[in-house]
Design a protein around this ligand. Structure first.
Ligand code: HEM
Ligand SMILES: [Ca+2]
Ligand SMILES: [Ca+2]
Length: 304
């Protein structure tokens, strides 16, 4: 079986409309939803494919993906958006639409709403039967990984170096908690508090912003200081100036395997949008389940 563009044409003709209304409402009332949902979708697809496994809540019998430490910072608003869409869709067309499709379309609509490209999302994903916290480690990139490790991880999911760079352009919106980069700004070496690949004034600003982060771990900083709420190519323009927040962001410029793509996307937003859209279409197809390989969940947070 294959995914198709008009999968819900008969079974849920209002699918697109309900998704667009729900997404718009949620994003207007909670503007952090867009970035959170895009990251949620990324974390879904990298563990067991785009099958909604990340949406499942833990039970006394099962520690779900959400419990893995790397997923603890996924924001509640992103999960809430999926619940809202699912509720509206179950009223209009019961037991027709998968949670995996809801998440894929929500992420796409939000990218477009923030000013990013529109790309097509094929439909007909089924929801997975498995969500285990132990299956997360090693499948999702960490900012502390070397570029060689990052390239290998993305290659294992089917992505080229160029696609990996384009996908990282998602960091043009949203934010990161201080603990994700604190080792880069405090006591980096004996002689320098911060990683020399930072712009020194930016590093000072980060040290200031994060001063209390151990007492208050919720403190976070925009990934793209120039246009944190706009999906554009400013993220790539920041990197050559030492304004990349995470070590993995700055490595995209310092490493010669990835720098040419950074330079291209920094100079040409159209080129970035095309590459990002194509890479997201590809991400949306990673490990998808069809037919009896999955189910339509009644609730997105629990396997039927
Ligand atoms: C080298 C690869 C990547 C690494 C190491 C990485 C790491 C991170 C980290 C540590 C955060 C901060 C999370 C927090 O503190 O709450 C973050 C945020 C984010 N990431 Fe990535 N990421 C990578 C690639 C991607 C990709 C491919 C996407 C999507 C296509 C993505 C989308 C996002 C978004 C949208 C945010 C902001 C989330 C929010 O504001 O709630 N990331 N990333
Ligand atoms: Ca998954
Ligand atoms: Ca931006």
């Amino acid at each position: 079986q294959q995914l198709t563009l008009n999968y819900y044409y008969k079974s849920c003709p209002k699918f697109e409309q309900i998704m667009q209304d729900t997404v718009t409402n949620k994003q207007i009332t909670s503007p952090t939803t867009a970035a959170g949902t895009l990251r949620l979708f990324f974390h879904d697809c990298l563990v067991g494919g785009c099958d909604g496994s990340v949406l499942v809540s833990s039970t006394p019998f099962n520690s779900a993906e959400r419990n893995a430490d790397i997923n603890l910072s996924l924001p509640g608003d992103a999960f809430d958006l999926v619940v809202r869409a699912k509720t509206a869709l179950e009223l209009a067309c019961p037991a027709a639409v998968s949670c995996a499709d809801i998440l894929a379309v929500a992420a796409r609509n939000l990218v477009t709403m923030m000013g990013g490209p529109y790309y097509t999302v094929k439909l007909g994903r089924k929801d997975g039967f498995i969500s285990k916290s132990t299956l997360v480690e090693g499948n999702i990139p960490r900012p502390t990984m070397s570029m060689t490790q990052l390239i290998k991880l993305f290659a294992s999911k089917g992505f080229t170096i160029q696609e990996m760079v384009a996908l990282n352009g998602a960091h043009t919106i949203g934010f990161s908690h201080c603990n994700e980069f604190s080792t880069n700004i405090y006591n980096y070496t004996k002689n320098s508090p911060s990683d020399p690949s930072y712009n020194p004034r930016f590093a000072d600003g980060l040290r200031n912003a994060c001063a209390d982060y151990q007492k208050n771990p919720t403190i976070s900083v925009f990934n793209d200081i120039m246009t944190p709420n706009k999906f554009d190519n400013a993220y790539f323009q920041n990197l050559p100036r030492g304004l990349g927040l995470l070590a993995s962001d700055r490595a995209l410029y310092s490493d010669l395997r990835t720098r040419p793509y950074v330079e291209n996307y920094a100079a040409n937003q159209t080129s970035f949008f095309e590459a990002f859209g194509r890479a997201m279409e590809k991400l949306s197809l990673v490990g998808v389940k069809t037919g009896r390989g999955g189910e339509i969940r009644r609730r997105c947070d629990a396997i039927n």
